[in-house]
Design a protein around this ligand. Structure first.
Ligand code: DAH
Length: 360
């Protein structure tokens, strides 16, 4: 007589011990397959005397049913364990940065990054980009901007002059982006809304000055433009640029030949262990110059000051880049040190956008 109880125990142990679906299938075939041990038992039923068959029949069939149930249960649990393992192995963390492609090894220079950020912010406010040449005329760089001839204001900006031409005029490396105001007013009809990012030159070299540097100029000309508009634009810009919710601003009277009144803007900040935070604290930091475009400049550019008025501002890009990204010596911007660039540079495919984040 077969020990069905012993056989059941043994097969159940094999089922429990099967580590994967293939091992489980092997156990099933060995028990219930065509040549399986339980199948063999079932085959013996036919030859048994009827009395015994009445006892053995339900016993062996019951064993078969319970093994099938145990097999099904084990298969289910192996399946879900396999799925679980696969999900763990194949999980994707969508918050991780995109893996770097080989062509992405270069870095975007912080100055380029900041110009892209400025452009994104001002484009969103409806500004167009205007450009002009690095080599400029004395007339556009100074005279049309209301710098009087031989006035000391011309020396405020340590200008690189070219040798005078036979007619006495001389070209120069533009000392600011403001001559592009002149170029824009001479060629476009108001309303004008432009920003002018670009290279500028002055004979200077120390921790906060380099002979070539960058500025961004802003110019708005219309019939009703006023300082309130300027203030709002600058406030929105500074919040977006420094990625903060509020910004404290202070306007101080100043002097530029091409604006009247002229103002300098400080922003509120807190210096903390070599770090600087904006929108809080009790320190102030000068950040840009601005004002209402001087009526003489409008006249010099063919606009009637009784009809049009506007405002302008100018800002050093190295300065705001250094403030935002914690760069202490602006000379580093021009040293072309790849280790510095690897640290301070930006990934080439992370374009700054207002929706996706300017600097993330
Ligand atoms: N051009 C000035 C400079 O380089 C900056 C500036 C000040 C530009 C006031 C402006 C302005 O447009 O309104 O120092």
């Amino acid at each position: 007589m077969t020990d069905t109880a012993g056989l059941e125990k043994q097969i159940l142990a094999e089922i429990a011990g099967a580590g994967d679906e293939a091992a489980l299938e092997a156990v099933r075939v060995a028990a219930l397959g065509r040549n399986g041990s339980i199948t063999a038992l079932l085959k013996t039923l036919g030859a048994l005397p009827p009395e015994e068959r009445k006892i053995q029949g339900p016993l062996i069939n019951g064993l078969k049913d319970s093994l099938n149930a145990a097999l099904a249960a084990r298969r289910d649990s192996l399946k879900s364990a396999a799925l679980e393992a696969r999900l763990n192995a194949e999980s994707v963390d969508v918050t991780l940065p995109v893996r770097e492609a080989p062509f992405e090894v270069g870095r975007v220079h912080p100055i380029t990054q900041v110009m892209d950020e400025l452009t994104a912010i001002f484009a969103d406010m409806g500004f167009a980009i205007a450009e002009g040449p690095d080599i400029e005329t004395d007339d556009y760089n100074f005279t049309k901007l209301n710098f009087p001839e031989d006035h000391p204001a011309r020396d405020m900006q340590a200008t690189f002059f070219f040798n005078p031409k036979p007619d006495g005029t001389r070209l120069l490396l533009r000392t600011h982006t403001s001559p592009v105001q002149v170029r824009t007013m001479l060629t476009q009809k108001p309303p004008i809304r432009v920003i002018v990012p670009g290279r500028t030159y002055r004979s200077d070299w120390d921790q906060t000055h380099t002979p070539m540097f960058h500025q961004v100029e802003g110019l708005v000309i219309d019939k009703g433009s006023h300082l309130g508009h300027l203030k709002w634009i600058l406030e929105e810009f500074l919040k977006a640029f420094f990625e903060i919710d509020r910004v404290g601003m202070r306007f101080r009277p100043s002097f530029f030949p091409f604006t009247e009144p002229s103002l300098e803007v400080d922003i509120q900040c807190r210096r903390d262990k070599g770090e600087i935070r904006f929108g809080e604290g009790s320190d102030w930091l000068e950040i840009l110059g601005c004002g209402m475009v001087h009526p003489n400049v409008l006249k010099n550019c063919g606009l009637d000051p009784d009809e049009y008025q506007g405002f302008a501002w100018g800002m050093g890009i190295e300065r705001i880049a250094a403030l935002k990204y914690g760069i202490s010596d602006v000379r580093q911007f021009f040293e072309a040190d790849v280790r510095w660039l690897a640290h301070y540079g930006f990934r080439p495919l992370d374009f700054p956008t207002l929706a996706g984040g300017l600097s993330s």
